[in-house]
Design a protein. Structure first.
Length: 573
């Protein structure tokens, strides 16, 4: 149950006042009671000293009748009971009873004290009178020894004074408590009012009203708190405005995107979807539903799972369209961003270009074969200056036929399902065959060839024709661009992969060209490549063949310091 701070403060003040009042009253009552008893004891002592001068001679003379008359006279005049006791504890005179009927008083504590020569006092219940009495006993010297004169008054005679004192004390305490409660009400109100205002203002801010401000009087800590609260509200208002503006801009950007964008949480539930994504899913509002309920694609599921640990991208088909799908993880709530970019038109254009290249290559191959055949026939029959022109025609025809062959090979390798015949391939034997093919050219240029086999007998699972084509292109490049020096082919093993390194001491490749040499038709020195018959497609073919065998190719080179290509292929029998 909620308790207002005003009530808490008031109850705290009330409990404090009541506890303090109770302690003070108990102390006052105890003090007054002790004071009343001490006062009565002192009065009885004075009375006893006065009576000692009168009663002493009577005790010495043995005038017990006179002694009893004196005791009754004193009680009659001042309502104080007087008792005279001899050293043996026997009552000689008493103002209320016959001494002969009274018991021995030697065991009374006040009597014992008086017989020992000191003053004795006690509050005790009187069996004779049937109520509490205050006793004061004094020693009284006589010829027969020390007698005792004892005075007593009922305690109830002292109580009226105490009751009157208690009454006045209660009245004063009640006045003080009432005044204190009024002061407590005032202070509780003064303290709780600004707290309530701060509470109301906080609720309004929680409800979205950031314009609220708290104005308090005074110069205490609560006013400082109000000032800090106002500063906080102002900063919140500014921050909320900026966040709202940024959110609106972000929503506008996301909504206007042509790409389909989905944000999914760790469980695959859609958190955010733009307009294009909603159209793709066919759901009015897909928020809260699993993305795989609306977009059924095993490849998309696999990409989304891989995207939990890092960004991934790949192509996939949905509804007859081709998309480039990228999945990027977010740290917030372990979410992922799925972005689908429609590349159907691009893929169609790419396919048209491929078909055009293939068709044109096929169409050009026949006339070029005919041109080459007739040129070779003419070369055999001609002599003189015309032969030089025929050699030029033959050289360019060979270059065109090589280019067409490389284009057809690359188109076949880039096909979605390239035709490969996998079998167990001995890399050492394959490299020996490749180097034997280039033997005449190597000897013609006077190059030295070194073969280093650190791990003989390495077998890989691959297409022998394509792997021979891969290494032939690398050795061909090494022979073309090395005028003098050597070519080193190294075969080794690294973990579960075989590594083949083809290094030369040729002209090398500048650093700025290394990232692009595997692109189609990219050549470092176009004039040199044209003169040597290069097509600019050899390294692109190398990269595709390595990729189709789950391998990779890397390059390192320095100008005038040679070039080294390293091919990594997974081992397999």
């Amino acid at each position: 149950m909620k308790r207002p701070i005003f009530l808490k403060l008031f109850i705290s003040y009330l409990l404090l006042i009541l506890v303090l009042s109770g302690v003070i009253l108990a102390f006052v009552f105890r003090s007054y009671s002790s004071h009343a008893v001490e006062t009565s004891t002192a009065n009885l002592r004075k009375l006893g000293l006065a009576l000692e001068y009168l009663a002493g001679p009577m005790v010495e003379r043995g005038s017990l009748d006179e002694l009893n008359a004196l005791a009754r006279k004193v009680e009659s005049d001042i309502q104080v009971r007087v008792t005279v006791i001899d050293p043996a504890g026997r009552v000689l005179a008493d103002s209320e009873h016959r001494p002969a009927t009274m018991e021995n008083h030697l065991d009374r504590p006040e009597v014992k004290a008086a017989l020992s020569g000191a003053e004795g006092s006690a509050i005790r219940y009187s069996i004779t009178l049937g109520h509490d009495l205050l006793y004061v006993a004094l020693p009284m010297k006589s010829a027969g020894g020390t007698a005792v004169i004892r005075m007593s008054v009922p305690v109830e005679n002292i109580d009226p004074l105490l009751r009157k004192v208690k009454k006045h004390t209660f009245e004063i305490a009640a006045m003080i408590i009432c005044s204190s409660l009024l002061v407590a009400l005032f202070f509780a109100h003064v303290i709780s009012t600004p707290v309530r205002e701060l509470s109301r203002a906080s609720k309004r801010i929680a409800g979205g009203d950031f314009s609220v401000r708290v104005k308090l009087q005074g110069a205490d800590e609560i006013r400082e708190l109000a000032g800090s609260f106002n500063d906080m509200a102002e900063k919140l208002q500014k921050s909320f405005f900026e966040l709202s503006k940024g959110k609106e801009e972000l929503e506008g950007i996301i909504s206007s995107m042509a790409e389909e964008l989905l944000v999914v949480d760790e469980d695959g539930r859609i958190v955010l979807a733009n307009r294009s994504a909603r159209a793709l899913t066919g759901a009015g509002d897909p928020t809260g539903r699993h993305y795989w309920e609306l977009i059924r694609s095993p490849k998309l599921n696999a990409l989304a799972d891989r995207g939990k640990t890092g960004p991934v991208a790949d192509e996939l088909e949905l509804g007859g369209l081709t998309y480039l799908c990228s999945v990027t993880p977010l740290r917030v709530r372990m979410a992922r961003i799925i972005l689908l970019h429609d590349i159907t038109g691009m893929k169609r254009l790419e396919q048209i270009k491929k078909d055009l290249v293939v068709n044109v290559s096929h169409e050009l191959r026949t006339p070029l074969t005919a041109i080459k055949g007739f040129t070779e026939t003419l070369l055999e029959e001609s002599a003189g200056s015309g032969r030089e022109y025929l050699e030029i025609i033959k050289r360019h025809t060979d270059r065109l036929m090589n280019l067409i062959g490389d284009l057809l090979d690359l188109s076949e390798l880039e096909d979605r399902e390239p035709r490969l015949s996998f079998e167990s391939v001995d890399l050492a034997a394959l490299l020996e065959t490749v180097l034997a093919t280039f033997g005449p050219r190597i000897r013609e240029k006077g190059l030295e060839v070194r073969v280093e086999t650190a791990a003989p007998g390495l077998l890989v699972r691959g297409d022998p024709f394509r792997l021979e084509q891969l290494f032939s292109n690398l050795v061909d490049n090494a022979v073309k661009y090395t005028e003098r020096g050597s070519i080193t082919v190294s075969l080794g093993r690294s973990g579960g992969s075989a590594t083949v390194r083809v290094a030369d001491t040729g002209i090398g490749i500048p650093k700025e060209h290394l990232e692009r040499i595997f692109e189609r038709f990219y050549v470092v020195d176009k004039s040199r490549s044209r003169r040597l018959g290069g097509t600019g497609l050899g390294l692109s073919i190398v990269k595709h063949i390595a990729g189709l065998h789950n391998g990779a190719v890397t390059v390192s080179s320095t100008p005038s310091g040679g070039t080294a290509f390293t091919v990594t292929l997974p081992l397999g029998a």
